[in-house]
Design a protein around this ligand. Structure first.
Ligand code: SAH
Ligand code: SF4
Ligand code: F3S
Length: 477
C-alpha cells in the first residue's frame, strides 16, 4: 500500500481487540473492528455483553470459538476488505466445523439476510441496535440455525452497559453519547445502517467518564455522527415534538460537554463529529471556558462548492461554512481544525473542484480525511443523481487534494516549533522505546525523550523541530 492510500484509507485496516481477558473455562471470542470510532465503541459494548456471559477473548482467530467482525459500509472498498477477511475466516471451519462466524455492524445492517442466503459466508448477522440479543443468537447458531437480528431501534443507547475498554493505551477512551443520524446527506449510507438519531442520558455519560478517569484514563472522546444535534429531554421524548419549554429544560451538547469537563480538570475532553449546519457559538464558548476541553474541532466540509453541497443535502453553503470557521478562530484562537473531503461527487465540475481547493487554502486545515466518491445503494444520490465523474478524474482530484493537505499539515507543524505544548503522554513513540509520544490540545503528535515520565502524565514540551506531521522536543519545567 503506498503512502497516499494509507492516508486516505487508514480506517480500512481492521483492528483486532487488544486486551485479553482470562477465563480458562470460557468460550473464546475473536472480535475485529472496521470503520469509525463509533464502531470501535460498539465493539466494547459487544465485548462487555459476551464477557458477562463467561466468554474469554483471544487475539488469534484460529483458536476462537466465535469470530465476530464489526463492519463498515461507508464506501465500497471498506466492504470489499471485509469480504476478503470473511473468506479467510471461513477456512478455519475445515479443521473446526463448530466455530461460528458472525458479521456485526453497518454492513450487516445493510445486507441483512443476504449474508446468510447468497453469500453463505457467515452463521450470525447482527445490526448495531441488536447487540443485547447476541447471547441468544449465538445459542441459535450453535443449535444449527442461521441467526439474524437487524432490527433498528428508536431508543437503544446501551446506556447501562459498561464497555470493556479495548484500546491500546489505557489513556484515551471513546464514549458514545448518541446513536444514529437523521441528516440524510445524499451520499451517505449511515442513516440506513444506524437508524434514527437518539441521545443518551447525560447522567450515564458522566458516570462512564468518571469511571474511565478512576480507571486511569485521562482523555475521553464524546462520539456521535452529529454531536451538535445532541439533545436529551428525558422520558424518551422525541426532539421534533418538544415544546419550547421542554426544549429549554433539556440537555444540549454545550451543557453536556460542560458536565463532562467538570468531572476532573485532569480529564481531557474531545468530541467528534461536529456538523457545520448545527455547530453553535455556545459550544465554542464552553470550549474556550474550560482548559481541559481540547482546542480541536473536526468539521467535515465535504466540498467547497455550494452547488455540490446543495446536491449533497448538507444543509449549508460555502459562505456559511466559512463563517463557522471564522467563529472558531474568533472564540478559540489557535484551535486545531480538521475536515473530511469527498472528490468527484455526482455532477462535480472542474470549477467545483477548484472551489474545494480554494476553500482548503483559505481554511488551512491541520488534518483531513479525503475520499473519492463511492456510490452507495439506496442513498438519495444513488436514486437521484448520476455517478458521472470518471474514476480517473475522481482519483486525480483526490491526489490534488491530498497533496495540498500534506503541504498545509506541514505548515501547521512548523507553526508549532519554538513553542511549549502541553502534552498528554500515550506511550512509546513508534520508532524508539527511548522516546515517548503524546498529543497536544490541537491533537498533533509530539515526541520527546522519555526521562522519568510515563503514559497518562501531562508534560510541557518545548518543540525545537518537526517532520511534516510530528513535533519533536524536550520536556521543560
Ligand atoms: N457524520 C459525519 C461523517 C460520517 S462518515 C459527518 O457528517 O461529517 C465519515 C466520512 O466519510 C464523511 O464525512 C465523508 O467524507 C465520507 N463519506 C461518507 N459517505 C461517502 C461516500 N459514499 N463516498 C465517499 N466518502 C464518503
Ligand atoms: Fe452521514 Fe450526513 Fe449523517 Fe454524517 S451527518 S452520518 S455524512 S448522513
Ligand atoms: Fe462505517 Fe458505520 Fe461508522 S458505515 S463509518 S462503521 S457508522
Amino acid at each position: 500500500m503506498n503512502q497516499e492510500t494509507k492516508i486516505i484509507d487508514e480506517n480500512i485496516q481492521g483492528q483486532a481487540l487488544m486486551r485479553e481477558t482470562k477465563n480458562p473455562e470460557g468460550k473464546k471470542l475473536f472480535l475485529e473492528s472496521y470503520g469509525c470510532q463509533m464502531n470501535f465503541a460498539d465493539s466494547e459494548i459487544v465485548a462487555s455483553i459476551l464477557i458477562d456471559k463467561g466468554y474469554t477473548t483471544t487475539q488469534n482467530y484460529k483458536e476462537a470459538d466465535v469470530i465476530f467482525v464489526n463492519t463498515c459500509a461507508i464506501r465500497d472498498n471498506a466492504e470489499n476488505r471485509v469480504r476478503q477477511r470473511l473468506q479467510d475466516y471461513k477456512k478455519i471451519k475445515k479443521d473446526k466445523p463448530e466455530a461460528l462466524i458472525g458479521v456485526l455492524g453497518c454492513m450487516a445492517e445493510r445486507l441483512k439476510s443476504q449474508f446468510l442466503e447468497q453469500e453463505k459466508l457467515v452463521d450470525i448477522v447482527v445490526g448495531p441496535d441488536a447487540y443485547r440479543d447476541l447471547p441468544n443468537l449465538i445459542e441459535q447458531a450453535e443449535g444449527g440455525q442461521k441467526a439474524i437480528n437487524v432490527i433498528l431501534s428508536k431508543e437503544e443507547t446501551y446506556a447501562d452497559i459498561a464497555p470493556v475498554r479495548l484500546d491500546k493505551n489505557g489513556v484515551s477512551a471513546f464514549v458514545s453519547i448518541m446513536r444514529g443520524c437523521d441528516n440524510m446527506c445524499s451520499f451517505c449510507v449511515v442513516p440506513f445502517t444506524r437508524g434514527r438519531e437518539r441521545s443518551r442520558d447525560p447522567e450515564s455519560i458522566v458516570r462512564e467518564c468518571k469511571e474511565a478517569f478512576e480507571a486511569g484514563y485521562r482523555e475521553v472522546t464524546l462520539l456521535g455522527q452529529n454531536v451538535d444535534s445532541y439533545l436529551y429531554s428525558g422520558g424518551g421524548l422525541k426532539k421534533e415534538i418538544l415544546t419550547p419549554e421542554q426544549k429549554a429544560a433539556s440537555t444540549n451538547f454545550a451543557q453536556l460537554m460542560e458536565m463532562v469537563a467538570l468531572v476532573n480538570p485532569d480529564l481531557r475532553v474531545r468530541f467528534s463529529t461536529s456538523h457545520p449546519k448545527d455547530m453553535t457559538d455556545e459550544v465554542l464558548e464552553v470550549m474556550a471556558k474550560y482548559e481541559n476541553i481540547c482546542n480541536n474541532i473536526h468539521l467535515p466540509v465535504q466540498s467547497g462548492s455550494s452547488k455540490v453541497l446543495n446536491r449533497m443535502n448538507r444543509g449549508y453553503t460555502r459562505e456559511w461554512y466559512l463563517e463557522r470557521i471564522a467563529a472558531i478562530r474568533r472564540i478559540i484562537p489557535g484551535c486545531g481544525i480538521s475536515t473530511d473531503i469527498i472528490t468527484g461527487f455526482c455532477g462535480e465540475t472542474e470549477e467545483d473542484h477548484q472551489e474545494t481547493i480554494s476553500l482548503m487554502k483559505e481554511v488551512g486545515y491541520d488534518y483531513a480525511y479525503m475520499f473519492s466518491y463511492s456510490e452507495r445503494p439506496k442513498t438519495l444520490a444513488e436514486r437521484k443523481y448520476k455517478d458521472d465523474v470518471s474514476e480517473e478524474v475522481k482519483n486525480r482530484r483526490l491526489a490534488e487534494v491530498v497533496a495540498l493537505q500534506r503541504d498545509s499539515s506541514a505548515v501547521k507543524a512548523k507553526e508549532g516549533v519554538g513553542k511549549v505544548h502541553k502534552v498528554l503522554i500515550e506511550g512509546f513513540s513508534k520508532k524508539s522505546e527511548e522516546m515517548l509520544m503524546g498529543r497536544n490540545s490541537q491533537n498533533m503528535v509530539v515526541v520527546f525523550p522519555k526521562g522519568n515520565h510515563k503514559k497518562g502524565d501531562y508534560v510541557n514540551v518545548m518543540v525545537d523541530r518537526c517532520t511534516t506531521s510530528t513535533l519533536i522536543g524536550e520536556v521543560v519545567g
